[in-house]
Design a binder for this molecule. Structure first.
Ligand code: PEP
Ligand code: MG
Length: 974
């Protein structure tokens, strides 16, 4: 918020939007201004759903509030809010503060993207000692009226006036008062408290507020409203909301809207109730009505997980609610039709009348996402564009997460079965029992896996939930906080395992005659809901079984079919190519199975460690310096035959070993490349020449050094001395990248020969075109590139002549140090492509070591210096600016220059969007991130299109309507 420009209140600014009675000022497209809840309430109202009337105070007021020292635009409470309340009074035929017929309202937050449970809500606002009597008279239910009043004072005292527990071990102060009165009255349940008991509770609540805050509880409904609205705006910046936004990359600048809505009561007796439901199963995507309800309860009771609610289907058989269920089925169908996606909605039944309190696109697991997208597109309920847009690319990782090994799970079922709960977040999690969020964080920080086991979770547990592998609760349903948040985070979750007795004080968890303590292992199956009192082995996900292990046929996996459908849909929209970083044929094959269109980076040095070739690599290194000296001295002695002969004699050893080692490596590297070219079957393959400093390949331990000395017939001391001479203080900025190939051109030559021989051999063998792309690393000067390319072109010619065959190939460079970006126009004279090595480009631009930055970056993120880890998400304003500069320079010299990215950022959705915007041809990422990149690239294209459509005139916008971009993309990837 600190960065938000001070918003000014202008004369014509509109801060309040109404909804209700079949009409509304806003609609679903106005989420930025009205928040998700407000926009959808407007949409529902205008589409004929039965929505209690109300109004939304816009997010602009929130922005203003923070930009102006927590004050409101002029006239907001003096006029606009008063007018809005008047309108509401008229609609409801009630008066705000009317002692005979009081209008009561709820005050709720509503951000642009929903943030379940993170911000504050106040219900029953408008009650005071007088209006409560009016409510009593109207409803002829004193107990109900005073219970509503009790809840209001409690919520308001907590949220607005800040009466909360002051330290970890203190009880909730209002609960303490309530418990005391219950004890004095000799009752156990809140519902057993009489009207008089409740009056006593309220009296004590008010006294508690006065004692703690020095202020009286406000009686005037407008004062109450002002306080509640302030509290909701204030809660935008509470710790848990900030953590949540950081996790989901929701900008802090957005602010929340506030919705003020006429109260309807689900707690008016047995013919009333409240519930939440999803139009389809958000855990696995099944087309089934999914939700729960509680009779005689008020809104938050279901979500808070305090009482375990009944399944929504049970309503069908209920004598009182049977008819409501039929109405709900109609609502379910209408919601999907009108909103074009799965809806997560809240409803209240007040004396047999059904009201809709909110609806939003349901948060879903990755598994549910692909299933729902597949089904709803086919059912013509969802547009293909929305199917692509509505998924979280990052969450696709969930589809690759392991499941329990079926044999071990069967054994666990016999020897360690604990209980079964509601399967609320699919997948398998084994870990150490943690009873508190703090403990879970501690376990995770020590590098172990934690399963957070709680009676129920609350928004305070968010950090611990993030740190855990899985979440298990003994209370609460599939819409409880734990289930909701777990599902969104893609955490494995079993909720409401009622047989589980969790005793925080004793630190135990008991079920089925077994007791676990903190520190013991537990395993939860979020797909079936089963819980085991030990570790259970895991095995590959279904998707991996189909695509990687190939132990399952595609037609046997419903999940695969849905996934494949969504991926193909995404491919129609993206224009960015997606390649992979792979060095071995099996990696390449996996990547192709995930949809990679080429290799964007093959790190050839990874091949140096394969099999026993490391010995030859070490032999080469051991004699490299000596050989280089021989060459340099020979150059100086040019023309002096005697000197030259003597030099040959002195360095005979080095000549023999260095060139001998390269000769041994050549066929090995050739074989590697043949494997890669064969696996890629004609797709482009970018091969980067040797990059890391030579000392990285040397043996470390005494035994290894001893072994090497023996193998090469040199002394141990010589090996040891080499280690010292190659030592660098900062190897990342040392003798690496093209600097190696420049000092030791024979290495470049050997690698190039291997590449071209392999390409020619595979082309001959398969009859397919093979187009290698040779990439020079760590170039800063165009001369570096040119010198290396002289070798590449010479060797390419020699090998083509040798094979008497022509071969197409490209040469290019990585752009990974700022000088290369800045002088890209010069570099592009010889480079046919640029690939942004953003790992090094970030390191060198920020002057932050990629290996050491972990020490301070978390702190930097915490104090807001960086929003995201710059080694994961591109720093667009710094590194990104250099990228743009490089593109501009490169294109100025070579308009058709091919542009890619192969740093780790290439698999990050936010970076992918940036890459789309700056016009790269492709992104390259690790094989398992290829699906993430495909979806992210499609979303980037769709977002860019809608931004362009918005900017263009309506007629032009129509012409630019989303259309498949397969051809464009294919061209770009090549
Ligand atoms: C890079 O620097 O981004 C890159 C891909 O190269 P490496 O990570 O191998 O240094
Ligand atoms: Mg690099």
């Amino acid at each position: 918020m600190a960065t938000a420009k001070p918003a000014k209140s202008t004369k014509n600014a509109r801060y309040i939007y109404h909804f209700g009675g079949g009409k509304s000022d806003g609609d679903a497209s106005m989420k930025a201004l009205l928040g998700g809840k407000g926009a959808n309430l407007g949409e529902m109202a205008r589409r004929g759903f039965n929505v209690p009337p109300g109004f939304t105070i816009t997010t602009e007021v929130c922005t203003y509030y923070y930009a102006n020292k927590r004050t409101y635009p002029k006239g907001l409470f003096e006029k606009d809010a008063v007018d809005a309340i008047r309108k509401l009074e008229k609609a409801q035929g009630k008066g705000f503060g009317d002692r005979r017929n009081p209008l009561l309202v709820s005050v709720r937050s509503g951000a642009r993207d929903s943030m379940p449970g993170m911000m504050d809500t106040i219900l029953n606002l408008g009650l005071n000692d007088e209006t409560v009597e009016g409510l009593k008279a109207k409803t002829k239910n004193g107990r109900f009226a005073y219970d509503s009043y009790r809840r209001f004072v409690q919520m308001y005292g907590d949220v607005v006036m800040g009466v909360q527990k002051r330290h970890e071990n203190e009880h909730e102060p209002f609960d303490e008062v309530l418990d005391a009165v219950k004890e004095e009255a000799g009752v156990h349940e809140d519902t057993d408290l009489s009207e008089d008991n409740l009056k006593e509770v309220i009296k004590r609540f008010r006294a508690l507020i006065k004692e703690r805050t020095g202020k009286a509880f406000p009686n005037d409904p407008y004062d109450q409203l002002r306080g509640a609205v302030g509290a909701v705006f204030g809660s935008w910046m509470n710790d848990r909301a900030v953590i949540y936004r950081d996790k989901y990359r929701i900008p802090h600048e957005w602010g929340t809207a506030v919705n003020v809505q006429a109260m309807v009561f689900g707690n008016m007796g047995d013919t009333s109730g409240t519930g939440v439901a999803f139009t389809r199963n958000p855990a696995n995507g099944a087309n089934e009505f999914y939700g729960e309800y509680l009779a005689n309860a008020q809104g938050e009771d279901v979500v808070a997980g305090v009482r375990t609610p009944l399944k929504i289907q049970d309503m069908a058989k209920d004598a009182i609610f049977g008819d409501i269920y039929k109405q709900l089925l109609k609502v379910r169908a209408k919601l999907e039709k009108e909103f074009g996606d799965v809806q997560d909605f809240e409803f209240t039944i007040e004396e047999q009348t059904l009201y809709m309190l909110q609806t939003r696109h349901g948060k879903r697991t990755a598994q549910a996402y692909v299933k729902i997208a597949h089904d709803m597109v086919r059912e013509k309920l969802m547009t293909p564009e929305h199917a692509v847009k509505s998924g979280d690319p990052q969450a696709l990782d969930q589809l690759l997460a392991p499941i329990f090994d079926s044999t071990d799970e069967k054994a666990a079922e016999k020897d360690s079965y604990l209980t079964i709960g509601l399967p609320a977040g699919p997948g398998a999690a084994s870990g150490i029992v943690a009873f508190t969020a703090a403990k879970a964080e501690q376990i995770a920080a020590s590098g172990q896996k934690a399963v957070l086991c709680r009676i129920e979770t609350s928004p305070e547990d968010l950090k611990g939930m993030i740190a855990s592998e899985g979440i298990l609760t003994s209370r609460g349903g599939v819409s409880s906080h734990a289930a909701l948040v777990a599902r969104q985070m893609g955490k494995v979750c079993v909720a409401g395992a009622g047989d589980l007795a969790i005793d925080y004080a004793k630190g135990t968890l008991t079920s089925n005659g077994r007791t676990l303590r903190e520190g013991d292992f537990i395993a939860i199956n979020g797909t079936t809901g089963k819980v085991y009192g030990r570790k259970v082995k895991t095995s590959d996900s279904e998707l991996k079984q189909v695509l990687v292990a190939k132990t399952m046929k595609p037609q046997d996996s419903e999940l695969f079919r849905a996934y494949d459908f969504v991926m193909k849909l995404a491919d129609k929209y993206r224009t960015l190519g997606v390649r992979t970083n792979a060095d071995q044929p099996d990696q390449a094959e996996n990547a192709i199975a995930f949809g990679a269109e080429g290799i964007g980076l093959c790190r050839t040095e990874h091949m140096f460690f394969e099999g026993d070739r490391i010995d030859s690599v070490r032999e080469m290194i051991l004699f490299a310096e000596d050989y280089a000296k021989f060459k340099s001295d020979s150059a100086d002695a040019k023309g002096d035959d005697a000197k030259l002969a003597s030099l040959k004699g002195t360095h005979a050893d080095a000549i023999e070993h260095f060139t001998g080692a390269l000769e041994k490596l050549l066929p090995m590297q050739q074989k590697d490349f043949e494997g890669l070219f064969t696996a890629m079957a004609g797709r482009p393959v970018t091969i980067r020449l040797l990059d890391p400093p030579l000392h990285e390949f040397l043996p470390q331990s005494k035994d290894q050094k001893d072994d090497l000395a023996k193998k090469l017939g040199v002394s141990y001391e010589r090996v040891e001395a080499l280690g010292h001479s190659l030592h660098e203080f900062n190897p990342m900025l040392g003798h690496r990248g093209c600097r190696l190939g420049i000092v030791y051109p024979e290495i470049t030559e050997m690698q190039c020969r291997a590449i071209f021989r392999a390409a020619l051999a595979v082309a001959k063998k398969t009859g397919k075109k093979v187009v290698p792309e040779v990439m020079i690393p760590l170039v800063g000067y165009d001369i570096e590139l040119n010198q290396q390319l002289e070798i590449v072109h010479r060797v390419a010619k020699e090998e083509q002549d040798r094979a008497k065959t022509k071969l197409g190939y490209l040469v290019g460079t990585m752009i990974e140090i700022p000088r290369a970006a800045v002088t890209a126009d010069e570099i592009a004279k010889e480079a046919q492509f640029f690939s942004f090595g953003t790992n090094d480009l970030t390191q060198t631009t920020l002057g932050m070591s990629r290996d050491d930055s972990g020490k301070f970056l978390p702190h930097y993120q915490k104090v807001g210096i960086v929003k995201a880890n710059p080694f994961a998400t591109i720093d667009t304003r710094g590194v990104g600016k250099l990228m743009k500069m490089a593109i501009e320079g490169g294109k100025a010299t070579r308009p058709d220059i091919k542009l890619g990215i192969c740093g780790e950022h290439g698999g990050d959705p936010t970076t992918i969007e940036f890459c789309h915007q700056i016009g790269l041809s492709y992104v390259s990422c690790s094989p398992f991130r290829v699906p993430v990149a495909r979806l992210a690239a499609a979303q980037a294209a769709l977002r860019a299109q809608s931004a362009a459509n918005k900017a263009a005139k309506p007629a032009a916008a129509k012409a630019k309507a989303a259309k498949p971009a397969k051809k464009l993309r294919a061209a770009a990837a090549r």
